[in-house]
Design a protein around this ligand. Sequence first.
Ligand code: FAD
Length: 820
Amino acid sequence: MNKTLIIGGVAGGASCAARLRRLDETAEIVLLERGAYVSYANCGLPYYVGGVIRSRSALLVSTPEELRERFRIDVRTEHEALSIDRANKTVTVKDLKRGTTYTEAYDTLVIATGSSPLRPPIPGIDSPRIRSLWTVPDTDALKKLTETAASAVVVGGGFIGLEIAENLRHAGLHVALVEALDQVMAPLDFEMAQLLHEELRGQGVDLHLGDGVDAFADDGQGVTVRLKSGAALRADLVVLSIGVRPNSALARDCGLTLNARGGVVVDEHLRSADPSIYVVGDVIEVEDFVFGDRAMLALAGPANKQGRIAADNIAGGDEVYRGTQGTSVAKVFDLTAASTGANEKALIRRGLVKGEDYETLVVTQNHHAGYYPGAAPMLLKLLFSCDGKKIFGAQIVGREGVDKRIDDIAVALRLGAGPVALKELELAYAPPYSSAKDPVNMAGFVAENILNGLVRLADWNETETDPEAVVLDVREEEETVAYALPGAVNIPLGQLRARLGELDREARYIVFCAVGVRSYNAARILSQNGFAKVKVYPGGTRFYRSTHESEWELEGAPPAPAQEPDPTERSTSDMKQITLDCCGMQCPGPIMEVYKNICALSDGDQLEVSASDPGFAKDIVSWCRRTGNTLVSNERKDGAYVAVLRKGSGAAAASAKPVAVQDTPQGKTIIVFDGDMDKVLASFIIANGALAMGRPVTMFFTFWGLNALRKDRKQPIKKTAVERMFGAMLPRGARRLKLSKLNMGGMGTAMMRKIMKDKHIDSLEDLMKKAMENGVKLIACSMSMDVMGIRKEELIDGVEIGGVGAYLGDAEDSNVNLFI
Ligand code: FAD
């Protein structure tokens, strides 16, 4: 009789034991587990802490008794393997309950010891309030702490850290999350992770990205977490989730080969250098399925499959483990983030070049038919080889249906399909589940268009990397009220053919719409009309905003308390309250409906709008600000985004047009003559301060000060050679202004920007935006514009052009007048 000894009784070890019994009724199977539990659901632990999984026993998939009874496995919990003697084929075991040590012989040994969470030697880390979440006892301890805690800091934004953060919020704690990288969820590319950042902040998680922990200090009442940036966070408990290391000491000490990261090296049959020893799970190095080289990936699916394969081979089979592609999925509050294969960061690290070796695409599409209630958009990124033969990987972020789409692509990748094959997949369709062209099919269509040269997609940051390109926004004008792209030329798609003459055929274009469909149509019109340099911004303004807006606090903040309507104007009984259900409508549907409906209402009437499009929650904030309507509330209810608007702002007359600033005495006027960053910054700080005191502010920009008002993108307008030269020499927009002193070839300015960012001080661009949104009147001096060859189209939206008279008129009503 063959005796198999298995060390480790959870994912890999337990699945190996059970499979082996099914294959060989005569085998002697001994399973050693140092913990008190076997075969438990470690993936479910965070949800038990948060109270989502209520029953602790539900976590225990099989008990030792069940394994003994059903599978006749000699399960020994609280038995730790101390060492392996390969020559004599024995393992020294410690019975942790009795404190005794004994030797156990084996014919075949399986090492399935998993991994352990990292606890680096950070000062103060030994506090009992600083926990990891890995085992059932860890879970019990953490759950107990949460019962009396009000706040927590989670260190690490990987999938376990995010799951813990969500569950601690669920348990009612205030949660801060600290992540050393500039993004959470490392398997996603930076731009894809931005939606998660929005979601986390929107769910009340205080997110600290690009920051690490310097020290912990427990004063008996709580822990202070000191960050490298100098910030200090105070919490009742801390959860560390900063990665794992393989439990490979046993393997190392008995002479098995390890890689540089401590992973045990095995062959394709999962056998170690010693043919009597199989090794499975988190503790091994695996083949990277996409590239064929070696990798380490700690995931439950691979560990379970490896346990099964090892059992097959022990029972005389010839099973091969063909590698891990890293397919994973995680719930992050109301979003799901999933990935398979390699991300773009990994391709770049391997020296692959975009456009030569690989291509990427991003599509945004509803998870099921838009007309069926509850449709929610998902963002899908696909990476594939330029020869069209290989899918390198995919990432998806969305609210619904993400898991099924990532699995479709994971299967295609595993079976060696190219990207275009995705268009051929016949996927199940009915309106409540999908669309006739599923998002996965859509990725296949777009991949084909890219490979055939029918469309070129811009990178998510191409408006920065190619500042000379013209940003062409083909959305309807009404949509731009809710969100205007900085520096964009707006020509709605329906008008594009008729207005081609306004555009310069030689310029480079980045075409935008809300989600990327209209911009693709526009790009096709342009390309077939002699415009050779046209790119579509994939994912549209929705994607752009998630990757470019740091001011979630501004846009997503709860609305200011609404003023009561003036009772002298209309009695409340006259006021209408109407509801509008825009669920299922894709952007721009909801905002267009709001616009239509608000026009038909009278001052003081209320409109309650529900939408399933997450972008609506942001759009409605800026739309109300810009149209002078009042946002009474803006919240999530039963999976929908529900906004209540009151037409007008109380007594003020409202319209669906941008509001003008009211003139009252005690105004402040500022002449901005200089174009140095620090001076313009100072002028906007003063302007915003005056606004906060309720004073009307007029800023008059003349000569070099005009540079601050320029759009940061080149505009497709015809100029004389001298004007063009002048325009090229002057800084284009606030982002490009330099410090008046210590600029040091741009280094000083960059340092100043960094310091301001680290200290959470608004950038000049943010200050300008705030000032404009809050009603500062910006006047560009028409005479200086003429002299400097600056045209109206080159100035940011919302700037008035005026002569000195316009400025002096406001100066008359002011009691402060500054020249900067
Ligand atoms: P484990 O399942 O960890 O089992 C190893 C066992 O070996 C342990 O019980 C340990 O006590 C025992 N052991 C170690 N040394 C000895 C010794 N000397 N003697 C005796 N026993 C020993 N993966 C996913 O794919 N999806 C998820 O959603 C997911 N969520 C997770 C959430 C949490 C909180 C955690 C902790 C993990 C999660 N994982 C998830 C990862 C997944 O659980 C692991 O990849 C998987 O369990 C690894 O299996 P394994 O058999 O290698 O190790």
